[in-house]
Design a protein around this ligand. Structure first.
Ligand code: SME
Length: 165
């Protein structure tokens, strides 16, 4: 059985390198996109400090993001592309880092505890499959190193998983 390893005493890029190694092992040999999303969300929620929510939204018909596997409190199920932080990252196909959600016009408050947020698109070529969303109860929890680290983790998820055509 896979064992989540506690990571201590390392800098942020080092932390993300270790998590990347754990994620590669966790997803190795499995292509199911839902199972892999569930395990990715669980791993990140347990090894990244100060998160209150971590999970996936998948792009479905009508340009809607629909809730996928996550860890944290129950969340909004459908978000239109262009709405909130998730929909903005989907529309731009770029990561969106929000240091203070109260200062982000249109932020969708699923869990009132969330104070900062990082959303990374899940894309392959020019096709968008969804987003990976991380929320923290701390203001300014995420920085550029988190953005780069989580983007690398999203790529590992995308490479391992067979996504719907
Ligand atoms: N805050 C997000 C909605 C999703 S939850 O945080 C889980 C947004 O503004 O898109």
């Amino acid at each position: 059985m896979f064992k989540v390893k506690t990571i201590e005493g390392t800098d942020k890029p080092g932390l993300y390198r270790e998590i990347a190694g754990q994620l590669e092992s966790l997803l190795e040999g499995e292509g199911d996109a839902v199972a892999n999303a569930a395990n990715t969300a669980a791993l990140l929620f347990h090894v990244l400090p100060d998160l209150n929510w971590c999970g996936f939204y998948f792009l479905r018909e009508n340009q809607e993001l629909v809730l996928g596997p996550f860890q944290g409190k129950p969340a909004c199920i459908r978000i239109a592309v262009g709405d909130g932080v998730c929909g903005t990252a989907a529309a731009r196909r770029q990561s969106v880092l929000v240091p203070d959600v109260e200062a982000f016009d249109g932020h969708i408050a699923c869990d009132p505890e969330s104070r900062s947020e990082l959303v990374v698109p899940l894309a392959a070529g020019d096709r968008l499959y969804g987003v990976l969303d991380l929320d923290s109860p701390l203001v300014s929890r995420f920085d550029e190193q988190d953005r780069a680290g989580v983007e690398a983790l999203a790529e590992i998820y995308m490479r391992a998983s067979t996504l719907q055509e």
